[in-house]
Design a protein around this ligand. Structure first.
Ligand code: ADP
Ligand code: MG
Length: 391
């Protein structure tokens, strides 16, 4: 049994992160606040976490020398990037404490493995994924049952923010879509009648104790998260409890250590369908920084350090708006201009988080704003005003 890590020890205790994006940056802020030092392994030099981390190891995620260096430096390592090679995490785990484990991450990296795992969990979780069929050939397309159409063809690996997905109505469209996937493994999912989407953030410690955050309701635009509202305005208490219990069942069955987020669909008939999971803090959990006693990033640091998990209580209603690079551009213009932050920050309860990315690009996640207010209605109204200001 591993003992807890001391955040204030001299010499310092280092926590490591695979990946230097915004999740690594916000993790660094939270871990440093607690007294840890943070090392980031990431190939890109000018990444968001590079400005926050105490050390940047600039190398490929599979570079053995860099992995050895990270493991030697850090008493525990986590990942913020879902598609880090599971082999790299296993390699690190031979040398230091790694959470979540490579086996958990590898399930989340593969939509088929993930769906099989959700089905295995169904007896205790009470939820199933959407009806689906694996597609690895044109013959598989021909064998798709009619009732899976219309559907969504997704790549089994590497999909995110709606990338690697094509919506198809007919078998002919499915053939075309599959032909466009360059032979990679795919899965066809039945198109479900969504009433709304939720996500459930949970964390589990090395001692097996788990905590679950309130239900977050998510709105996507063009496959990318647009807003997260907590508490979810639409969800019933019964569905919320069901989704939280399902998440705890899954995290337990995984034997997971760290922060995990599961996305669910609530269908028009009120039923709950499990969509996918992220083996890390999640965009829909950013509201926890400003609205919960313990943020998802502080929670990740606690889990890695085998310290007691923190209180998940939400102290204020919250509405989070993702900031994409699009708002730097007026209409179709390619000339970037700075958004009107002064006007946005004049709104009550606005917490601006920008990730330090120096180049704005359309559809690129540049930051987020969380509106905190005494009531959810006020938080939502201020988010709406921000949308009008930012255009
Ligand atoms: P990503 O990894 O890109 O987040 P998702 O599987 O979460 O991929 O799909 C992105 C979005 O597409 C979902 O949030 C949801 O809005 C929509 N979507 C995905 N699968 C289905 C489905 N089976 N039926 C209806 N909508 C879906
Ligand atoms: Mg998703």
């Amino acid at each position: 049994k591993l003992s807890p890590l001391n955040p204030s020890a001299a010499p310092a205790t280092w926590l490591g992160v695979m990946g230097g994006g915004q999740l690594g940056r916000m993790f660094a802020h939270a871990a440093q606040q607690m007294g840890f030092k943070v090392a980031v392994l990431e190939p890109a030099l000018d990444c968001p976490a590079s400005h926050a981390a105490d050390q940047l190891i600039s190398a490929d995620y599979t570079d053995a020398d860099a992995l050895i260096k990270l493991a030697a430096q850090c008493a525990a390592v986590t990942t913020e990037f879902e598609n880090v090679s599971a082999k790299s995490l296993a390699f690190l785990a031979e040398r230091t404490f790694v959470a979540p484990s490579s086996s958990c991450v590898s399930i989340a990296q593969d939509r088929m493995a993930e769906k099989r795992f959700f089905i295995e969990c169904a007896a205790t979780s009470g939820v199933f994924p959407a009806s689906h069929k694996e597609i690895n050939s044109d013959a598989d397309v021909d064998a798709v049952p009619d009732d899976l159409l219309p559907g969504i063809l997704k790549t089994v690996r590497m999909g995110y923010d709606g990338k690697g997905q094509v919506r198809v109505k007919t078998r002919a469209e499915l053939h075309d879509a599959y032909a466009g996937m360059n032979g990679v493994a795919c899965v066809l999912e039945k198109m479900l009648p969504l009433a709304y989407e939720i996500s459930v953030l949970a964390a589990r410690g090395a001692d097996g104790k788990a905590v679950v955050y309130p239900i977050a309701e998510n709105v996507h635009r063009d496959g990318i998260l647009f807003t997260t509202t907590v508490p979810g305005p639409h969800i019933t208490t019964a569905s919320a409890e069901k989704a939280q219990a399902a998440t705890l069942a899954v995290i337990e069955q995984l034997g997971y250590v760290g922060v995990l987020c599961i996305e669910f669909f609530v269908l028009t008939d009120g039923s709950l369908v499990v969509n996918e999971m992220a083996p890390r803090p999640h965009n829909s959990g950013h509201y926890t920084i400003d609205a919960c006693v313990t943020s998802q990033f502080a929670q990740q640091a606690r889990a890695m350090a085998r310290l007691p998990l923190g209180d998940v209580r939400q102290h204020s209603p919250a509405a989070m708006l993702n900031i994409l690079g699009d708002i730097w551009f007026e209409g179709k213009s390619d000339e970037a201009r700075e958004p009107a932050w002064d006007k946005v920050l004049a709104l009550p309860g606005a917490n601006l988080h920008l990730y330090g990315k120096d180049t704005a690009r359309r559809a690129r996640k540049m930051g987020h704003i969380t509106f905190i207010a005494p009531t959810l209605e006020e938080a939502q109204a201020n988010l709406h005003k921000a949308c009008v200001i930012l255009g």
